[in-house]
Design a protein around this ligand. Sequence first.
Ligand code: CAA
Length: 257
Amino acid sequence: MDYSRLKWHVEDKIGVLTLNSPETLNALDSIILNELEAWVDGPAQEETLRAIVITGEGKAFVAGADIKEMLSLDAQGAKKFGMLGSTIFRKIEKLSIPVLAAVNGFALGGGCELALCCDIRLASKRAKFGQPEVGLGITPGFSGTLRLPRVVGVAKAKELIYTAKIVGADEALSLGLVNHVVEPEELLEKTMQMARQIAGNSGSAVSKSKAAIDRGLDMDIDNAILVENDLFALCFAQDDQKEGMQAFVNKKKPAFK
Ligand code: CAA
C-alpha cells in the first residue's frame, strides 16, 4: 500500500509505522488521518505480526491535530473530524497485538492522544507531552479526556488539561505517562528490543493477556474475572500452552509458532 504521509515496514514480525510529515511536525490533517485509517484497517491487521511500533519522522512524534485545517470548521465539521480521529485511535487500541509508541519529540494534543491509545510508551529524553487544547479554545478531541485520566489518574489529567502545560520526558515518566525514557539515538532500538522480547513469547497468550487487561478495565471485577478465566482456559486448547510447558519440563526454550 502506498502512502504519502506514512511509512510502513515489517521486520521480524514487528511492524513499524512512521508518521512522515516532518515539515508540519506530523500534524494530523484529514490526509494523514485517512491514511492512518486505511493502515489500521489493512496492514496493521496482518496476522503474522506480533507487535507494532509507532513513531514520528523529524523533531515531533505528532504536534497535534492540524490547527490550520480546524480553524475553518463549524460544529458539524468538528464533530466529524473529532470522530474520525477517535475512531482511528480506538481501532489502534483494539488491535489484538501490542502497540508500542516510540515518542521521539513533541506529542501534543492529538499526538499525546495517539501515544495514549498505544499499549506501552517509550520516550526520548527530548520528548514533550501535553494537551494544549484549552489554550486554543477547544477541548481535547481525540479521546484525551478519556484516556489521560485512565493512565495518569483523574487529578493529574485535569491539571494537565486545564493548565495546557507541556511536560518533558522525565515529568511524563514520573506521572506514569511513559514507561521508559531513553537517549534520543537509542529510542527506536530500545523500543524494537521490547517489541522483539514480546514477539518471542506466545503471540496467542500475549493477545489474550491484552484482551483480559483491556476488557477487564471496562467492567466490574466479578465479570472481569469471568473474562480472564475464559481466556486462561482457552490457552489450554491451543498448541502454545503445550509447547511452553513441555519446553519448561524438558529444560528447553519454547519454539512458539
Ligand atoms: N497544526 C498545524 N500545523 C502545525 C501544528 C499543528 N498542530 N504544529 C506545528 N505545525 C506547523 C507550524 O505551523 C509550522 O508550519 P509553518 O512552517 O508553515 O509555519 C511547522 O509545523 C513547524 O512548527 P513551528 O515552526 O511552530 O515549530 P517550533 O519548533 O517553533 O514549535 C511547537 C513546535 C511548540 C510544537 C509548535 O509547533 C506548536 O505549538 N504546535 C501546536 C501544538 C498544539 O497546540 N497542538 C494541539 C493541537 S489541537 C488538537 O490536537 C486537538 C485534538 O485533540 C484533536
